[in-house]
Design a protein around this ligand. Structure first.
Ligand SMILES: [Zn+2]
Length: 241
């Protein structure tokens, strides 16, 4: 968060070092991971049980998942008094099931998804506008979206502040960013330490807590409305949360 280079080493997991910045307190994987490595990580095996850190079968029951995402999107709208459909961008939308749910509710939707495999599926099966180029967000016009959602994506990013800067540019005035990530300050994380189920490098590169989440958002000019733990894995029985 602060650009500091001084870390307190916490754990070594699967060959990756995880440490906490001595200045801002952000917990993170200390090695660099390249975009090419990430694209490889999120190829089709990520959604199909490549290893025990990934989704077993993401598309086992799309209708159930669309319903789940729909309920979650209703909550986003309710909590932000969004009474009329608007424009939604979902970052890390996987196969587009969340976008389908929002579209059913009258929203104009588009997505960004680093997994070329999942993005192509979303385009072909649902006719969605989902882009997978690493610079897809940079091509989106300023102030073009009312809501941006990111479910369980922030912890996968190497440069979340750059992502937030793009999101802020893309959001229309008064727009809302709504996201879920893991909380390394939670009771479970503190109890289980390096064995906590969300410690999963190189998939999860950053481990936020409330304080680092708030700091990150404020440093990028967001007004933080609410940070909460709802304790539920995001999409039911789904592998990595
Ligand atoms: Zn720092």
């Amino acid at each position: 968060l602060c650009g500091g280079r001084s870390f307190r080493h916490w754990w070594r997991v699967e060959g990756y070092d995880i440490g906490r910045c001595k200045d801002c307190g952000l917990v993170q994987v200390l090695q660099e991971v390249t975009v090419a490595q990430l694209q490889e990580l999120y190829s089709s095996g990520y959604y199909n049980g490549d290893n025990d850190k990934v989704y077993r079968n993401y598309l086992a029951d799309p209708a159930a998942k669309i319903a789940h995402f729909g309920r979650r999107f209703d909550r986003v709208c309710r909590e932000n008094n969004l009474t009329k459909p608007g424009r939604l961008l979902e970052i890390g939308c996987a196969f587009g099931l969340g976008l389908v749910a929002a579209r059913e509710r009258g929203w104009t939707v588009c997505g960004a998804e680093l997994s070329a495999h999942a993005a192509a599926w979303a385009r072909e099966h649902y006719g969605l506008d989902v882009r997978s180029e690493p610079d897809a967000l940079q091509h989106m016009p300023d102030a073009s979206q009312d809501v941006v959602t990111m479910w369980d994506v922030m912890e996968h990013l190497q440069e979340p502040r750059e992502m937030l800067r793009e999101i802020r540019r893309i959001l229309a005035p008064g727009g809302v960013l709504y996201f879920a990530t893991c909380d390394v300050g939670s009771l479970g994380a503190r109890l289980y330490g390096r064995h906590w189920y969300l410690i999963a490098p190189p998939y999860h590169l950053i481990y936020f807590d409330h304080e680092s989440t708030r700091q990150m958002l404020e440093r990028e000019g967001f007004m933080v409305r609410r940070i909460c733990n709802d304790g539920r894995p995001s999409a039911g029985e789904l592998g990595p949360a």
